[in-house]
Design a protein around this ligand. Structure first.
Ligand code: UDX
Length: 472
């Protein structure tokens, strides 16, 4: 049988690119295998967000140009706000601009006798229009959902949650209402529901409905989640989507842990040498992922909270971490002051080699916004969390980390002040609560290690996925 292509199309954001590249590395490593069925990896990317990686020369990179006339009948011919304020609008925009371009390029590939035949399109679940276009071309499509299984359960439950009035969550309502339990999705409270506090809630609900419809109509769903951690949630998805293949194969990055991910900035590797000089489990690693930005006053409290905690820290401050036109100036001034206050106890970088940092013995806790990749990467290394969720799936991830897995403490949004921050850092790094959290984090790490080992459920899921792709 001739070699066939797998077309992989990540959503062009770091938290979506990383798991897609981890999946690419996994599939690439399983190609061949003596059964005569072989496939190659083609990465599709957009000209507006090019994604290529010289570290993976064996992949082919195909760039798609936007087709602007599709914008006229879409939700998105307005100026785009920052992504962390209205992710839904960005995602509609991408789907509208690239559907035709994807269809035309793949259709040309299918007609070209020189091209390797296309076995399957594996696109991010948020590329709903791409999944529809693949179906239209008669090519099987499989969705990669990069979030937790629990977060996809909230996607599935969204219409019901809206009908029952839980959503849209009104941030202005009383604290007691925000703390109300959502019966349909235990252990979530209203405040933990998947949402954006800014932007149009109707558009957000429409996006989730389109994502779910796209997944229902595809041939399969890959979850970056593990049965051993979220068995009830994975089962629920399998029951609801019994007509398609569901593969729970996380944590994806643990299958090929050293596969490089193309990053938005070059990682500052000097922080690894700095970590080498620190005692075991002594450093708080702080990063809020690739998208979140903070109001200046939150940034100030963070800096003072870190100083007051008395702990060593490694803090990722991306350019643009502080909101507003004067954000850069606030950042610079504060970081200079912080350096003075902490006398070399801290290290600030613009972008860290995060997976390596989390594997480092000197890291004792991770203060995170609870993006799913950050959460899963930390859990895979047994690193306890200090949760400070901002938007989207992050509140739900924080709830599971504190309540279900017991591996985290939370800096609640309403109590974002230096004394509270320092107290939470100390509670996780020292004392009885900290010891218990660390013990549970170690146990969960072991469970995940088993999941990706030969005996584990994620390993078995990955084998089923490879067999399925080879069968197409
Ligand atoms: C976004 C959403 O915010 C998140 O809630 C959702 O689950 C996925 O999409 P992001 O905010 O970027 O993602 O966070 P996260 O999911 O944690 O992904 C960030 C990725 O960037 C991680 O894989 C992390 O290892 C990497 N990273 C981050 C670095 O390599 N270096 C850094 O300095 C910071």
């Amino acid at each position: 049988m001739p070699r066939r292509q797998l077309l992989l199309f990540p959503l062009p954001f770091q938290g979506h690119i990383n798991p897609m590249f981890a999946l690419a590395a996994l599939l690439h490593s399983r190609s061949g295998g003596g059964d005569g069925v072989d496939f190659s990896i083609t990465i599709l990317h957009t000209t507006t967000h090019p994604i290529t990686s010289p570290m993976h020369p064996s992949y082919r990179y195909v760039s798609l140009a936007p087709v602007d006339d599709e914008l006229s009948n879409s939700n998105c011919d307005r100026e785009l706000p920052p992504i962390d304020e209205d992710a839904a609008m960005h995602i509609f925009h991408l789907n509208a601009r690239y559907q035709a371009s994807f269809r035309d390029r793949v259709s040309a590939m299918l007609e070209d006798a020189e091209e390797e035949p296309v076995a399957c399109v594996i696109a991010d679940a948020h590329w709903f229009a791409v999944h529809a276009a693949a179906r239209g071309l008669g090519v099987p499509s499989v969705a990669l959902r990069t979030g937790s299984a629990a977060s996809f359960c909230s996607f599935l439950a969204y219409p019901l949650l809206m009908q029952k009035g839980y959503i849209p969550v009104k941030v202005s309502v009383q604290e007691s209402q925000l703390n109300e339990a959502v019966e349909e999705l235990p252990p979530l409270r209203v405040r933990d529901l998947f949402r954006m506090d800014e932007g149009d809630p109707g558009l957000f609900a429409e996006l989730l409905a389109k994502v779910v419809a796209g997944v229902r109509n595809s041939s399969g769903l890959i979850l970056n989640a593990a049965d051993s951690m979220e068995s009830a949630e994975v089962d629920k998805i399998r029951r609801e989507l019994a007509h398609i293949h569901v593969f729970a194969i996380g944590p994806l990055h643990k299958f090929t842990p050293h596969a490089a991910q193309p990053g938005q900035l070059p990682p500052d590797r000097t922080c690894l040498a700095w970590l080498d000089a620190q005692p075991a489990a002594s450093v708080v690693y702080v990063s809020f992922g690739s998208l979140a930005s903070l109001p200046g006053k939150h940034f100030v409290e963070m800096a003072f909270g870190l100083a007051l905690s008395g702990r060593a820290f490694l803090w990722v401050v991306r350019p643009g971490s502080v909101r507003g036109p004067r954000g850069g100036a606030v950042e610079t001034k504060l970081l200079e002051g912080l350096e003075e206050m902490t006398r070399g106890r801290g290290r600030v970088v613009e972008w860290a080699p995060q997976q390596e940092v989390l594997r480092h013995r000197a890291v004792g806790a991770f203060w995170t916004h609870c993006g799913w990749n950050s959460t899963f990467e930390a859990i895979s290394e047994g690193v306890p969390l200090i949760c400070a969720p901002r938007f989207g799936d992050q509140m739900g991830n924080a709830r599971y980390a504190t309540r279900v897995w017991g591996i985290a403490a939370e800096v609640e949004g309403g109590r974002w002040e230096r004394g509270r921050i320092a107290a939470v850092i100390k509670a996780v790094m020292e004392g009885r609560e900290g010891r218990e959290i660390r013990e549970r984090a170690r146990e969960l790490k072991q469970k995940l290690a088993v999941s990706v080992s030969r005996e584990g459920s994620s390993h078995a899921g990955a084998e089923r996925l490879v067999d399925y792709l080879k069968s197409l």
